[in-house]
Design a protein around this ligand. Structure first.
Ligand code: GLU
Length: 515
């Protein structure tokens, strides 16, 4: 058999915003598709109308867009296998459920919700708390296996509510090979007769998922570990529908765990520990509650994607910083681990910091411009970026030091108290005169003039530099004062000397009661 074209799908249910675990599933599907010249399909699994949440589909699409996971086919990008929303494929599924009944691999069940509840109660009393509708119990229930053909016909003709259930064989091993976990073998005695078609005319997830994967020619099903228990049922459905030869390969991804490794990462962990669990901000349409998103919190999408890629996968070497193109190149399912991956909010920040450092000053300046209301010279912002980028995790931190944009109003009291002395007024005035004569006013001329000045006056760095910095920035620490001075420019630096030297002098006199 010739190799199948790689076609993978991300198949979320629009029941709310996409959790980072969902984004990682989408990412791995995307990387796998692109690596193998395949197609990445988005399918919206909205058969469960009761759980449908308004705005969730739009959210999913925006989140994929933000991450740069371009879809080849989906609800807003038509392809040859649409429609891509299950609610729009409704008519398709019934015939497959009927086929399964005809081949005696499924049956009608007429038990009401009350009947089922009653059975569960009885079982509980008999100390069998986990009652299931299965190959044994179905013989005592109201279904087309226990009722006569006439009774069944009658019920169907009368429009009595029914479901269609899969007829699990007794004591059979279902085996399939998972690309991540290896061979998985489950005995049908441990499986129940799942409902595959509901009374409301809609298929359940299991049937719709299998039919659509078949119809959409999906080659690989890459999804979260929570679906592993459903996979044997899906394998049986492929068998009963005679699609075994085109059954996709399965790969079940490891869970994303809480930072302490104790259980699955949830929204509550994010709230408790102060990090987002969603890519984009989400406003719950019914409660109005807002959940924060990585985008709005200032993360670069490429840093977010880089971090997610490493939650369960690693390249097998020490390289950690990846662009999406590099991820495509290096990704393989063989290097996805079996065990859960601990989420690390600090490492997420680290990824952002590294991606920020890798950006050119020009790229950063353009982003910084968006964060300030007034038009600022891009070359000037590039200079600020150069001085600040080693200290920043987020773009807004590049703008945190406001002395780059206006004369500082506040100052660091401690530095002032420790470093401003009686003679500082005179020293600063003299230093200003030196700078007045510097026409070039570059980092190196400022620095050499400064050092010559110290030498000529037998002054130490510690006596002069902190006062100079106070005048320029109001701060006790920060990037090189010479570099800041060069960026501010001679005119602005002299202006700050003029206003701040007398200001600090007065303050000194006042505090020390000097006459
Ligand atoms: N609709 C399922 C979900 O919400 C899809 C699972 C699968 O990929 O088969 O995750």
């Amino acid at each position: 058999m010739s190799e199948r074209k790689v076609r993978v799908r991300f198949a979320p249910s629009p029941t709310g915003p996409l959790h980072i675990g969902g984004v990682r599933t989408a990412l791995y599907n995307y990387l796998f598709a692109k690596k193998n010249n395949g197609d990445f399909i988005l399918r919206i699994e909205d058969t469960d109308q009761a759980r449908y949440v308004k705005g969730a589909e739009e959210y999913i699409i925006s989140a994929l867009n933000w991450c740069g996971l371009e879809i080849n086919e989906g609800p807003v990008k038509n392809g040859s296998y649409g429609p891509y929303r299950q609610s729009e494929r409704k008519d398709l599924y019934k015939s497959y459920a009927d086929n399964l009944i005809k081949s005696q691999n499924a049956y009608y069940a007429f038990d009401t919700a009350e009947d089922l509840e009653e059975m569960r109660e009885m079982a509980k009393k008999a100390k069998m708390p986990n009652w299931q509708y299965n190959s044994i119990t179905r013989n005592n229930m109201k279904n087309s296996l226990t009722l006569s053909n006439e009774e069944v016909e009658e019920k169907l003709n009368n429009g009595e509510p029914y479901t269609i259930r899969i007829k699990m064989p007794r004591n059979e091993d279902v085996r399939f090979h998972d690309e991540i976990r290896g061979w998985v073998i489950v005995n049908t005695n441990n499986m129940d007769d799942k409902v595959i078609f509901k009374g409301d005319g809609m298929p359940t997830y299991h049937l719709a998922n299998v039919v659509d994967d078949y119809k959409m020619k999906i080659s690989h099903v890459i999804r979260g570990e929570e679906w592993l228990p459903s996979a044997p049922l899906h394998v049986l459905l492929y068998k009963y529908l005679n699609w075994e030869d085109v059954m996709p390969k399965f790969a079940h991804l490891p869970l994303i765990l809480k930072p302490d490794g104790n259980g699955k990462l949830s929204k509550r962990d994010g709230d408790r520990l102060g990090f987002p669990v969603f890519p984009l901000q989400w406003k719950d349409p019914s409660s109005g509650e807002i959940s924060s998103g990585y985008k709005e919190n200032g993360y670069f999408s490429e840093a977010f994607v880089n971090m997610l890629a490493f939650l369960g996968w690693n390249p097998g070497n020490a390289k950690e910083l990846y662009s999406i193109e590099e991820l495509i190149n290096d990704f393989s399912l063989e290097r996805v681990g079996k065990s859960g991956a601990k989420f690390d909010p600090e490492k997420t920040k680290w990824f952002n910091q590294q991606h920020l450092r890798n950006k050119s000053n020009n790229e950063l300046a353009i982003l910084m411009q968006k964060g300030i209301s007034h038009e600022t010279d891009i070359a000037y912002l590039e200079g600020v970026a150069e001085l600040m980028k080693e200290r920043a995790v987020f773009v807004n931190e590049l703008l945190e030091d406001d002395y780059f944009f206006s004369i500082p109003e506040n100052f660091d009291e401690k530095t002032f108290r420790k470093k401003w002395k009686e003679n500082s007024f005179e020293i600063m005035n003299n230093l200003k005169s030196v700078f007045e004569g510097d026409d070039e006013f570059s980092v190196s001329t400022i620095e050499s003039n400064f050092k010559n000045f110290l030498e000529a006056n037998s002054l130490g760095m510690g006596a002069v530099l902190p006062c100079f910095r106070l005048i320029l920035t109001g701060k006790g620490m920060g990037p090189s004062a010479f570099a800041i001075a060069a960026l501010l420019g001679k005119k602005e630096v002299l202006k700050r000397f003029e206003s701040k030297t007398p200001f600090f002098n007065e303050l000194y006199k006042e505090k020390n009661k000097v006459q």
